[in-house]
Design a protein around this ligand. Structure first.
Ligand code: CP
Length: 334
């Protein structure tokens, strides 16, 4: 394993160089092959991952826990009520203490204006790698699994010039974080794709991250543009990723945000929209999807959908993340 990645945090993919992310994808592909062959890969034998979830999770929780088992280690499934966090223990202290017991800390905290700061504060106190399992700003493990899936679909060397559409879609279930679209626009342009972000005007993403995405696209020789028309975005697309997120930058009032979202119920991914895209277009969603609102059953269950490949690749890319960051020459110092 590459020692340069030992003990590295993974809070946003933008903190990692393209060649470091390449190492992640190559390692993930290797783990995937070995998993399919039924080969055991106990490279983290007896090591511990602490997983701290402030919110619910199906994919992240189970893919990290299963992944850690497959690597020969153990993952603790923690929630704030099981810890002194509920009595006000600081994130710095939690990071310092868990670092004395184990080998990495993963955190999901999507609380608006708090989650990313919490994870960064744990990382300040930690002497082991800290993984962002989703915050109010980023979901790097999801974006990495998504890119792995796109590379498998089109070929890692065949992405330049592909049109990747990140579109808002209507969902009544809850005010979903901005983290998935923000992580997608930061990652995909660095790997050759032209990214189009589509949303109604009230559903803007964080301005500093839009600027960062623009800069990353420019540096990579790709394009990043924003439109407010779902149909226009879908025209000729090679990948569409329509999902809901909240209008937190427009209003923090939940009732008002639900009313704003309800104006855009027509923002659904259906067969007529898929027909606007390229014939080989892939439909993606991080899941859980609001079926019948964000997407029709016909599309998400159809032949262009690769949602379960994305979900599966969470396992492989996170095993690679853990193996690369929790091992190395410095392992003996843990
Ligand atoms: N996509 C994703 O992160 O799913 P969970 O919320 O179930 O972890």
């Amino acid at each position: 394993m590459e020692d340069r990645l030992a003990r590295r945090h993974f809070i946003t993919t933008a903190d990692w160089k393209v060649e470091e992310l390449e190492q992640l994808f190559q390692t993930a592909a290797d783990f995937k092959e070995r998993f399919k062959r039924g080969e055991l890969t106990p490279v983290l034998q007896n090591l511990t991952l602490f997983m701290l979830f402030f919110e619910q999770s199906t994919r992240t929780r189970n893919s990290f826990e299963a992944g850690m088992t497959q690597l020969g280690g153990h993952a603790h499934d923690l929630t704030p009520d099981k810890m002194q966090i509920s009595h006000g223990e600081t994130p710095y202290d939690t990071g310092a203490v868990l670092s004395r017991y184990g080998h990495a800390i993963g955190i999901r905290n999507c609380f608006w204006k708090l989650g990313n700061r919490y994870i960064r504060d744990v990382a300040r106190g930690a002497s082991v790698p800290v993984f962002n399992l989703q915050c109010d700003w980023y979901h790097p493990c999801q974006a990495a699994a998504d890119l792995m899936t796109v590379r498998e679909r089109f070929g890692a060397e065949e992405l330049r010039g592909r049109k990747f559409v990140v579109s808002w879609a209507y969902a009544p279930s809850y005010q979903k974080p901005l983290s998935v679209p923000q992580s997608l626009i930061l990652l995909m342009p660095r790997f050759g794709m032209d990214v189009v972000l589509a949303h109604p005007p009230e559903f803007s993403l964080r301005p500093e991250l839009l600027q960062q995405a623009q800069g990353l696209a420019k540096a990579a020789g790709t394009r990043f543009e924003i439109v407010h028309d779902m149909d226009a975005a879908f025209e000729g697309a090679h990948v569409v990723y329509p999902k809901s997120w909240g209008c937190m930058l427009h209003t923090e009032d939940l009732e008002e945000s639900a009313a704003v979202a309800a104006r855009y119920k027509s923002w659904i991914c259906d067969d007529s929209r898929m027909a606007l895209a390229a014939s080989e277009c892939a439909y993606m969603h991080c899941l859980p999807a609001d079926r019948g609102h964000e997407v029709t059953d016909a599309v998400i269950d159809g032949s262009q959908s690769i949602v379960f490949d994305e979900a599966e690749n969470r396992l492989h890319v996170q095993k690679a993340l853990m193996a690369l960051t929790m091992t190395g020459d410095k392992r003996g110092e843990y």
